[in-house]
Write a protein that binds this ligand. Structure first.
Ligand code: ADP
Ligand code: ASP
Ligand code: MG
Length: 445
């Protein structure tokens, strides 16, 4: 069985939905099809939520009207038959009546916001399945809220998904296509929640791992993982093969094509992930698996990604040299406040770390101050992550990187943590310059 996920642009226009119907039926593997919301919908829903938070019902209702009109046109173009159009219209009426009911709830809290934002995926999957029905494609629609759940730390409970799907899927053995929502889930309180922005990729990988799929395919609007951020750098090119480790680093460190956690479940269960382009289905895309074969392996530099919004903390020991236990005490504090550390640099008496979640920074720095001295944190930093084959006997890696970066100030360096990653911390203002300079220095022949 396969899991195929289609992102917002891949379902965002009626003709796109029509072409993904062809894609999923031309290939005769049984598959779970995970859909995102139509492009623009999640942002539109969040902006309705913003209006409701400040009690601006007039603005909220105007935004709801305009979104509903968009869906009205979508339905009109998607379906050919009167019955199809009526089915589509019924779906949007039901979902928009729920959306409107949220305007009556005061105060509008995070719980309502999460119910509101879930509507995007609830709409896209129902509309798509009704379209499959109109086209006589036999399919089932599985509500993700019945088998996707996060725990109190917002971590998906893959065993729960595994058990639930082991019960639910056999009930649909006669169906070749199983449609479900990406992104949405329940939390331990049973409320509607989600896997954060871009989370449909993660849903696909969690399902793929849970059912031990033969392959997970992420269909988007570009031909696979490029060697650098195509939004910032010209002349990027697709990387045809990546290992799980390489892809995980790139996703975690900012390659937007994948939600940061996508690779984790796939790697855990050894399910290959293929990135494919909906607009150009014949293009090979990128295969992510536990090995990377042939010439790709010899290639030293493979790809670069950048993660913004990083904060650097500079921590000095107030005790003398050779103080052991210092690092443990520091990391216990980050653990206590559930704040992951991304980069780390140490000297005899000092440690510098980076974090991307500053929610608990006050508590962390207060506690660190009891046994360390801290410099002012640096905000608005960017981690540049360079992925490649950096095994210990591969000479000259650092020289190439530093030559390319010669005009850009570097605050921190991390090299040797794995054989596939070299990370640099720079001020965010230099991000575009750094990505372009590295592209020129590491990839131009
Ligand atoms: P979807 O809506 O299908 O989930 P996304 O917009 O989340 O699509 O991800 C695809 C986009 O990711 C591409 O259009 C591209 O602009 C961006 N992107 C950023 N870095 C990379 C990269 N290294 N390789 C490919 N795409 C990237
Ligand atoms: N619709 C959600 C978002 O826009 C999830 C996704 O697209 O993956 O973030
Ligand atoms: Mg995405």
């Amino acid at each position: 069985m396969h899991v195929w996920k289609f992102g917002g642009t891949s379902v965002g226009k009626p003709e796109r939905m029509q072409s993904i119907r062809k894609l999923i039926t031309e290939d005769d593997t049984r598959k779970v099809v995970v859909l995102s919301a139509l492009s623009g919908t999640t942002n539109a829903l969040l902006s309705i939520g913003e209006a409701l938070k400040v009690n601006d019902d007039i603005d909220a209702n105007a935004k709801i009207d305009s979104l509903m009109e968009h869906y009205g046109q979508f339905v009109d173009e998607l379906y050919k038959t009167t019955d199809g159009k009526a089915a589509g219209q019924k779906i949007i009426e039901a979902e928009f009546s729920f959306i409107r009911s949220l305007t009556g709830i005061k105060p509008f809290t995070l719980k309502q916001e999460k119910e509101l934002v879930a509507e995007g995926e609830l709409l896209s999957t129902q509309l798509f399945q009704a379209y499959l029905t109109e086209e006589n494609v036999s399919s089932a629609l599985l509500p993700a809220l019945e088998f996707m759940r996060i725990d109190a730390d917002n971590e998906p409970e893959i065993q729960y998904t595994e058990q639930k799907l082991a019960d639910i899927l056999p009930q649909h053995d006669d169906k070749q296509i199983i449609v479900t929502q990406g992104f949405i889930c329940r939390n331990p309180r049973g409320e509607v929640d989600n896997l954060k922005r871009g989370g449909s990729d993660y849903t696909a990988s969690l399902i793929g791992g849970a059912i031990r799929a033969n392959e997970i395919q992420i269909w988007t609007d570009i031909d696979g993982m490029h060697n650098n951020d195509p939004r910032i750098v010209k002349n990027t090119f697709p990387v045809r093969e990546l290992t799980f480790d390489e892809a995980a680093e790139l996703a975690y460190f900012g390659a937007k094509i994948l939600h940061p956690s996508t690779i984790t479940p796939a790697r855990m269960f050894g399910v290959p992930v293929r990135l494919k382009n909906t607009m150009e289905p014949k293009a090979p895309g990128t295969l992510i698996s536990d090995h990377s074969a042939g010439t790709a392996q010899q290639q030293v530099f493979k790809a670069i990604a950048a993660k913004d919004g990083i904060t650097a903390l500079y921590i000095h020991s107030t005790r003398m040299l050779n103080a052991y236990g210092f690092l443990r005490r520091i990391f216990e504090i980050f653990e206590k406040y559930k704040t992951p550390v991304d980069m780390l640099a140490t000297s005899e008496v000092s440690v510098s770390v980076t974090i991307d979640n500053t929610e608990r920074i006050q508590e962390i720095t207060d506690e660190l101050n009891t046994f360390c001295t801290l410099e002012e944190p640096d905000y608005n930093q960017t981690i540049i992550c360079i992925v490649g084959n950096f095994s210990a006997d591969n000479q000259g890696v650092a020289v190439c990187v530093f030559n390319a970066m010669k005009d850009i100030p570097i605050r921190m360096i991390s090299y040797g943590g794995t054989e596939s990653n070299l990370s640099l911390l720079i001020h965010g203002q230099y991000k575009a310059q750094a990505l372009n300079a590295l592209n020129e220095g590491l990839f131009s022949a």
